[in-house]
Design a protein around this ligand. Structure first.
Ligand SMILES: Cc1cc2nc3c(=O)[nH]c(=O)nc-3n(C[C@H](O)[C@H](O)[C@H](O)COP(=O)(O)O)c2cc1C
Length: 385
């Protein structure tokens, strides 16, 4: 029996399987607004069988965008487009989730396919102008990144209220899972990491102080996000270099998040201080495994999970409660439906029963015919022999 294709209940929300679409920016928004691209893009993954679809990093303020193409929830006017996406996902049995983010020291960048660096004259000519960026301290996330200015106490309070307002809007839009982006060198990560946080006030210094701002925001979101809906936090379980945030720090942080009422730690890594860590298949699974075992929290594992058997083994062995698929889902939006067949979790007599009926009815009919006529290669060999 497949564990990957067993449901997972988080508070009052049940995912039909243990496969989540990882949040992935598409850089197709205009002034933070959803465009038709997003509706088609996210719709594919609901039709493809994902239990949970996490909408990309959605900025809580215009300054908190990575690029001019990021989605936003800093204005009530942004709610409508996201409402349509959440409704479509639900209609097709995927739980709609959204990631709230502030890019901090990695804001005001080029869209990756325009160069993935600071905005240049070519970007300015396209209308993508830079803006001042903020972080825990005036320290870039690594060499060649922009130098931010340090948030003052008022700035900290402003960002906190922007996260709160965006969470209320996400709820109005109909999302059932909220994920706080605390990873990849963005604003909250810049507070957690000793490599980028050089503050001398209550928000800097030892780990307790560096966790303060992310914990305040998580607490704020928990007070807004209803009791029956789960709250996730994505973390960089380790920084890119070994003298930064460690897995032991992550365990302390996760225990504090658990006390606040966070339900799931989405275990990513890196974003500050280079990339010293190995990058093999499932390279971040050990972080999800340790955090799960040492905190009792549920974990979501992500990173080069590309094969149905690999995904099944991660959840069956208890390394994580569920897995997120990123780039493999871009390659194959039907990954879950295909995985169900590969793992023998589909009905052998009519293997397309769980596909959307508009598609599955036809494919089941074709399958019955194909079984009679045999594989194409065999038939083709006979015809040409
Ligand atoms: C196009 C693209 C956009 C991404 N945007 C986000 C994002 O919005 N938020 C986030 O936390 N991670 C983002 N990521 C990271 C992915 O969610 C995922 O963690 C990473 O790609 C590793 O998983 P994979 O090997 O399955 O792709 C992005 C990755 C890609 C490829």
């Amino acid at each position: 029996m497949s564990i990957l294709f067993s449901p997972l209940t988080l508070r009052g929300v049940t995912l039909r399987n243990r496969l989540a679409l990882s949040p992935m920016c598409q850089y197709e928004a205009v002034d933070g607004f959803v465009t038709p691209y997003h509706a088609v893009h996210y719709g594919k993954f609901a039709l493809g069988g994902f239990g949970l679809v996490l909408v990309e990093a959605t900025a809580v303020s215009p300054e908190g965008r990575i690029t001019h193409g990021d989605l936003g929830l800093w204005d009530d006017a942004h709610i409508e487009g996201l409402t349509n996406i959440a409704a479509f996902l639900k209609q097709h049995n995927a739980v709609p989730g959204i990631q709230l983010a502030h890019a901090g020291p990695k804001a005001a960048m080029q869209r990756p396919y325009h160069g993935d660096g600071p905005l240049t004259a070519d970007d300015h000519a396209r209308g993508d102008l830079p803006w001042p960026i903020v972080s825990a301290s005036a320290v870039p996330v690594d060499a060649a990144w922009l130098v931010p200015s340090a948030l003052d106490t008022e700035g900290i309070a402003k960002v906190r209220s922007e996260f709160a307002a965006a969470a209320r809007r996400a709820l109005t839009a109909g999302f059932e899972v909220l994920e706080l982006h605390g990873a990849h060198g963005y604003l909250l990560n810049s507070f957690l990491s000793p490599l980028t946080n050089r503050r001398t006030d209550a928000y800097g210094g030892d780990l307790r102080n560096r966790m303060r701002f992310p914990l305040e925001i998580a607490g704020e979101l928990r007070s807004i996000w209803p009791e029956d809906k789960p709250l996730f936090v994505r973390i960089s379980a380790v920084d890119g270099s070994r003298d930064g945030f460690t897995i032991e720090d992550s365990i302390v942080f996760a225990k504090e998040l658990a006390r606040i009422g966070v339900d799931v730690i989405d275990c990513s890594s890196g974003g500050i201080g280079g990339y010293e860590h190995p990058n093999g298949y499932g390279y971040q699974v050990p972080y999800a495994e340790r955090i799960r075992h040492e905190t009792g929290l549920k974990t979501l594992s992500v990173g080069l999970i590309v094969d149905p058997h690999q995904a099944e083994s991660i959840v069956a062995s208890g390394q994580a409660d569920f897995v997120a698929i990123g780039r493999e889902a871009l390659r194959d939006p039907h990954f879950p439906l295909r995985a169900e067949q590969v793992l023998g979790a589909a009905n052998p007599e009519s293997p397309y029963d769980t596909w959307p009926p508009q598609i599955g009815w036809w494919l089941n009919g074709r399958e019955r015919k194909l079984r009679k006529i045999g594989p194409w290669a065999a038939a083709n060999r006979t015809a040409t022999a």
